[in-house]
Design a protein around this ligand. Sequence first.
Ligand code: SAH
Ligand code: DHB
Ligand code: MG
Length: 222
Amino acid sequence: MNQELWTAVDDYFDALLHRPDPALDAALQASEAGGLPQIQVAPNQGKLLWILARSLNARRILEVGTLGGYSTIWLARALAPGGHLITLELMPNHAEIARANFVTAGLDDRIELRVGSAVELLPALASEGGASFDLVFIDADKENTITYFEWVLKMVHPGSLIIVDNVVRSGKVIDPHEAESRVQGVRRAMDRISAEPRVSATALQTVGSKGYDGLVLAYVIG
Ligand code: SAH
Ligand code: DHB
Ligand code: MG
């Protein structure tokens, strides 16, 4: 079992199941050309986000951590007619590239990108008292995941889905003594999620072109 095989299997399913996609290809190219870290979700993970959002008939989607907008494009495409997506990004240079990618993808009319730290943007968003979100994708700095989960809980409803990316980190998540602050951040968030009666959650390990990682699916039940 190795990275080469995982990537080859991803490529095999990609070629079979995903149609050519110039807008997504362009978004990846612009992100790379702009020097952004290549840490966006893999194509099959993007498609999973799309399928989940579609299945929920999501009209309001929130994303924490935009990067170049690759996952955002997958999610925004799944919005029900008239739907709206809000995505939060700390870095102005990431936001600038993402904005251009949304225009290229023809999705800028339904995506609202807010620039700043989600630690401040989420309380501001909550205080606006807008309609709740049907799906939330938390994928920013892992140290603050617990804070994001806390705020997001105030902006969802029974039937919403909260997805948290990168919770396995090559298996480091099971080591309570792991020094990496991102892993400690994930562990704190996992403890919080496990103790939250308003969600019923599970976690999946994933292997593929992005290595060995995983995600949490937290379904809001009350
Ligand atoms: N969701 C994207 C990948 C996001 S990478 C995709 O799959 O395509 C994580 C992003 O979170 C980076 O762009 C980083 O700048 C951003 N980020 C880091 N700290 C943040 C914070 N405090 N608030 C908002 N965004 C943050
Ligand atoms: C990292 C962040 C991500 O969102 C991701 O999907 C992979 C890696 C990181 O910070 O290392
Ligand atoms: Mg991620």
